[in-house]
Design a protein around this ligand. Structure first.
Ligand code: HEC
Ligand code: HEC
Ligand code: HEC
Ligand code: HEC
Ligand code: HEC
Length: 507
């Protein structure tokens, strides 16, 4: 909700909050300790109840009982930890994370297909670059040194296959000199987990406040991808956001992607770890985006549906109604209402979003009147723009997408189609696919790529045929009524046809 988000912003959590369109709703993060062993929960509950003055006494006592032995076991080692280990205490966050694309980044089937192709076409030179963002731990461990590294994922260790993990994100220590983009973070793996709190205490690891994690700049280290040789922007989500009105309003990536709903929402409340205190700043680790194929389909669909809106005006329809061949114009405004960047963003040469305008009559198939595609097409060094993979991209051949807080006005001119009459309407629909079915089949992904209807609007259109038909129908009905009346009155005793005779008889 607007009010709640603003209150969150006012508390200094989001800087420079100004007036603006804020969409979304508040929520409470659930955190269940049901799976935690009772003894541990009881120990920590007790520890929190004990006044500070008796803390020393408790420590002395604790040294004598088995409790602290397992507490020491809880201390993590400084090696890279699997998300499952973090989930031992951060169970709600772990559950959210397992549905995210970050958890799949190194094993995503489309990604594996593309890396294998990239390596094949570049003698293994490109794959290691891909790993820097898709498996930052694999990259750190040096598992992908060219040209012998198998960057298709098969040679990766288990920890590297877990993608962009909890431990990876929370041991990032700041931006590198190359920031933003192309994995420009500094890592400091080990026991210090960095996050948004300045006062957090954990039995398992050290903690540190990190301003970087509370800023979109953190996401910007991977969510801008530039060609490593020619610098061409292949993905520019961070830069798109930075130059948008959302950045001016202080609405960060976290406010939309780590909360429910399409637009920004305030964070939830509650404890973030078993035995942890109640917090009023709890973000979700689900990072819902638009991937309805490998990500959480329902959440992605909801986000896509909340992202855009359409307005439609049909011009050029004559007073007497339109007939086949008449020139007509559909003016469609395609609005980006809740995406903090261009729509679509990210891997825009692979994503598909398009506007479909069609005429629909009372019966028969709808007739397509026009289509506009919103994505990017790259050209290679020789200017070819047919199926150019990102690793050979040298320039942008086509790029039409809807700007953040903006709109595109599309004019679709057409001749009114044959056979669409009666109660007709013009329908405009905005649709999205994460990638084409053709690509899915080529990559042997064995998935059906859903077409998601993001927005729809329509306007009814008077057709000349429809008024003529109505006139004929009215005339026929009128004639039938008159005919029935005539027959009825002729038969009725005393009806006007017999009246003369009757009168004569009476006389
Ligand atoms: C892509 C990076 C990323 C991944 C993966 C990730 N986090 Fe976070 N996490 C963040 C950021 C950024 C914040 C800070 C949000 C804010 O407060 O602005 C955060 C916040 C937190 C917090 C503070 C409480 C909260 O919920 O806001 C905890 C605890 C935490 N993460 C633990 C985890 C655990 C455990 C996992 C894995 C199950 C995980 N994180 C996965 C980036 C990540
Ligand atoms: C034995 C339980 C336990 C395990 C295991 C554990 N944590 Fe924590 N963690 C906690 C507690 C308790 C807190 C304090 C929560 C608070 O202050 O609200 C915490 C706090 C955090 C914070 C917030 C730090 C800050 O200052 O903002 C982050 C980030 C975090 N943990 C990440 C992780 C990651 C990543 C892992 C896995 C490598 C992990 N934790 C494993 C118990 C645990
Ligand atoms: C280490 C690099 C890295 C960092 C840091 C990072 N991401 Fe990501 N993110 C990725 C990769 C790689 C993917 C794609 C995974 C895939 O689709 O296989 C991804 C996917 C996503 C998606 C899902 C996109 C979809 O199509 O559904 C969202 C949303 C997202 N990231 C948001 C964020 C936010 C918000 C932050 C900052 C808090 C962040 N990311 C930080 C690398 C990163
Ligand atoms: C005002 C809310 C908002 C903000 C701020 C925002 N996003 Fe998004 N994002 C969305 C919505 C809504 C979608 C789904 C529609 C779409 O695909 O653009 C989305 C989609 C995405 C996708 C998936 C795109 C695709 O089609 O594959 C990624 C990746 C992403 N966002 C990353 C980010 C990052 C990184 C930031 C910060 C630099 C950010 N977003 C800021 C709302 C937001
Ligand atoms: C600088 C970080 C970075 C590098 C390097 C990188 N990616 Fe990505 N990749 C991302 C992000 C962020 C996303 C999510 C964007 C989105 O959802 O649109 C992504 C998404 C993808 C996806 C979409 C997966 C899906 O399920 O839709 C594929 C495929 C992919 N990348 C392939 C590659 C390949 C191949 C390379 C090496 C040539 C590579 N990436 C290098 C950051 C990176």
């Amino acid at each position: 909700m607007l009010k709640e988000f603003k209150e969150f912003a006012m508390r200094g959590n989001v800087v420079d909050m100004a007036e603006g369109i804020i969409i979304g709703g508040g929520h409470r993060m659930s955190c269940s300790f049901a799976r935690r062993p009772g003894r541990r929960a009881a120990f920590f509950a007790l520890a929190r109840l004990v006044p500070a003055t008796t803390a020393l006494a408790l420590l002395a006592f604790a040294a004598l009982v088995p409790g602290p032995v397992w507490a020491q076991e809880q201390r993590l080692s400084s090696d890279w930890q699997s998300p499952e280990t973090c989930g031992y205490c951060h169970d709600a966050l772990y559950e959210q994370f397992t549905g995210s694309m970050h958890s799949q980044a190194a094993v995503d089937p489309l990604y594996l297909y593309e890396v294998a192709l990239a390596d094949e076409q570049t003698d293994g030179l490109v794959g290691p670059f891909c790993l820097k963002c898709h498996s930052p731990i694999g990259d750190w461990l040096g598992e992908t040194a060219p040209p012998t590294g198998k960057s298709d994922g098969s040679a990766l260790s288990d920890i590297a296959k877990e993608g962009v993990t909890c431990d990876f994100c929370h041991t990032v220590s700041g931006p590198s000199d190359e920031w933003p983009g192309n994995s420009s973070f500094e890592s400091d793996p080990g026991l210090t987990k960095r996050g948004p709190y300045a006062d957090s205490v954990s039995p398992a690891h050290d903690t540190a406040f990190s301003e970087f994690h509370t800023s979109s700049d953190f996401c910007g280290s991977c969510h801008d991808v530039n060609h490593p040789l020619n610098g061409l922007a292949l993905e520019a989500t961070y830069t798109e956001w930075k130059e948008s009105g959302w950045a001016d309003l202080g609405v960060r990536c976290q406010d939309c992607h780590m909360t429910p709903g399409a637009g920004p929402s305030p964070p939830g409340t509650g404890p973030v770890a078993a035995f942890g205190p109640e917090r009023d700043r709890v973000f979700s680790m689900d990072f819902t985006g638009a991937n309805a194929v490998f990500g959480n389909r329902e959440a992605a669909e909801e986000r896509l549906k909340g992202a855009a809106a359409l307005e439609l005006i049909v011009e050029g329809v004559p007073e007497a109604g339109v007939k086949a061949g008449d020139p007509v114009k559909a003016l469609v405004k395609v609005k980006n209402v809740a995406a903090g960047h261009y729509l679509p963003t990210g891997l825009t040469d692979t994503r598909r979003m398009w506007l479909e305008v069609k005429a629909v009559g009372k019966s028969g198939d709808p007739v397509e009147l026009g289509k506009v595609e919103y994505h990017t097409i790259f050209a290679d060094e020789s200017g070819n723009h047919e199926n150019v993979p990102v690793w050979f991209a040298a320039s942008v051949y086509y790029d039409r997408r809807v700007p953040p807080m903006g709109a595109l006005d599309e004019v679709i001119e057409f001749a009114w189609p044959e056979g669409v009459s009666g109660e007709a309407k013009v329908v405009a629909e905005l649709k999205y696919m994460s990638f084409t079915q053709e690509l899915a089949d080529k990559a042997k992904l064995d998935v059906e790529v859903p077409v998601i209807l993001m927005a729809q609007t329509e306007q009814s259109v008077e057709t000349a045929g429809s008024s003529l038909m109505a006139a004929i129908a009215f005339a026929v009905a009128f004639a039938v009524v008159v005919a029935i009346m005539v027959v009825f009155l002729r038969r009725r005793p005393g009806g006007f046809a017999r009246r003369g005779g009757d009168q004569k008889a009476v006389a």
